[in-house]
Design a protein around this ligand. Structure first.
Ligand SMILES: C[S@@+](CC[C@H](N)C(=O)[O-])C[C@H]1O[C@@H](n2cnc3c(N)ncnc32)[C@H](O)[C@@H]1O
Ligand code: SF4
Length: 365
């Protein structure tokens, strides 16, 4: 990540994001920076990550802050040899008790992989479940079998991670409310302490975007969101951000750091970083990232420094989406009908408001 930037370092612990840009197949809806035909680069890429992380913490971040949260996302982190990931993780000066999450695809997960991740310090597994209904998985262009999700969660429990998250997607065209209920019920049967449920989003350039017949229906998606909130809350998972529900104490600390506008360093191609109002993003392809690290050059593609007002508004936008809401003076809540409610001296989105979070956001002041 070598580069020269004068920044004011904050006193909140630092987060680290690590991007793994490899997948077995590309899902029809996905626009993330990931490749299915470059597995030959995996070893070199993982070594570049290790070197980049080691250099960064040795040369650049000379403050007292240790790292409190790490999130390894992708792409498919469960596709790379876990010992190579562990070697990169070892270069991070993490605090005792740091939250270290790794995204895994259900098909990749077995006891050996999980035990190696646990030995590497990983504390939390986030499983890309999306749906427990084979027909819906097929519509999404996913290839795993729901039975593998059950086996994966059993293995995660056996190995003894602190926490587990299941990622779900709702709003696939023609998915019925009953099918979504089946997914929610099957997911809850596995007693996960955290669930993320994302409305299917049409991302430009994806096969999904090219086929309007497969676009989600807004009304169905809204009904599905409300069903999710009812079912998850009844199971003891409280909503704490528009798309996230958790048992108390199982909220994802890394995401809380993002939503609190705190500082994090991103490693790997296409990873984003933020330090004290300056943010930047890395070179997009694994080849260019590997080349930059081997030359000792910057891995940064571009960046920007936010002015104080933009930063303030972005902070409010992020906070609005969480159960913290925003200070009363940031919003004319009385004019927003049932979209927000007063909680102490804050305005917090109601459930209906969570469905309209973007519309409420533009009213922030
Ligand atoms: C980028 S994936 C990485 C993890 C892993 N490869 C997987 O797919 O499970 C992280 C999560 O983003 C969500 N996601 C990705 N693209 C999405 C989209 N277009 N709409 C809604 N959710 C999406 C999925 O729930 C997925 O589990
Ligand atoms: S959704 Fe996950 S598995 Fe599918 S292409 Fe994107 S990163 Fe890969």
């Amino acid at each position: 990540m070598t580069g020269d930037h004068e920044v004011q370092i904050g006193d909140w612990p630092l987060g680290v994001y690590i991007h793994i840009p490899f997948c077995s197949t590309r899902c029809d809806y996905c626009a993330f920076a990931t490749w299915t035909d470059r597995h030959n680069l995996i070893d070199e890429y993982m070594e570049s990550l290790r070197v980049d992380i080691a250099r960064t913490f040795a040369d650049r971040i000379r403050d007292d802050r240790d790292v409190a949260t790490v999130f390894v996302g992708g792409g498919t982190p469960s596709l790379v040899p876990p010992e190579l990931l562990a070697a990169a993780l070892r270069e991070i000066p993490a605090v005792a008790g740091a939250e270290i999450s790794v995204e895994c695809n259900p098909d990749d997960v077995d006891i050996d992989l999980l035990a190696a991740l646990a030995a590497g310090g990983v504390t939390r597994i986030s499983l890309g479940v999306q749906s427990m209904v084979p027909r819906v998985l097929q519509l999404l262009g996913r290839h795993h079998d729901p039975d593998n999700v059950i086996a994966a969660v059993e293995a995660i429990r056996l190995v003894g991670f602190d926490s587990v998250n299941l990622d779900l997607i709702y709003g696939t065209a023609s998915e019925t409310l009953d099918e979504w209920r089946t997914t929610l019920d099957a997911a809850l049967q596995l007693r996960p302490p955290h669930i993320s449920a994302y409305g299917l989003t049409v991302e430009a350039g994806t096969p999904l975007a090219a086929d309007p017949a497969r676009y989600p229906d807004d009304d169905v998606q809204a009904d599905e969101y409300e069903l999710a909130d009812d079912v998850l809350a009844a199971a003891g998972l409280a909503n704490y951000e528009v798309s996230n529900w958790a048992q108390p104490g199982h909220e994802c600390r890394h995401n809380l750091l993002y939503w609190g506008q705190h500082d994090y360093l991103g490693f790997g191609c296409a990873a984003h970083s933020h330090l004290a109002g300056r943010r930047w993003w890395n070179l997009r392809t694994p080849e260019r990232y590997i080349a930059a690290v081997s030359e000792g050059a910057t891995t940064e593609a571009a960046g920007e420094t936010l002015d104080a007002e933009t930063r303030r508004i972005e902070g409010l936008q992020l906070s609005l989406r969480t159960k913290q809401g925003v200070p009363r003076e940031a919003l004319d809540g009385d004019a927003l009908d049932d979209l927000v409610e007063a909680v102490g001296d804050r305005w917090v989105l109601t459930r209906h408001g969570r469905l309209m979070a973007n519309e409420v956001s533009v009213r922030l002041r």
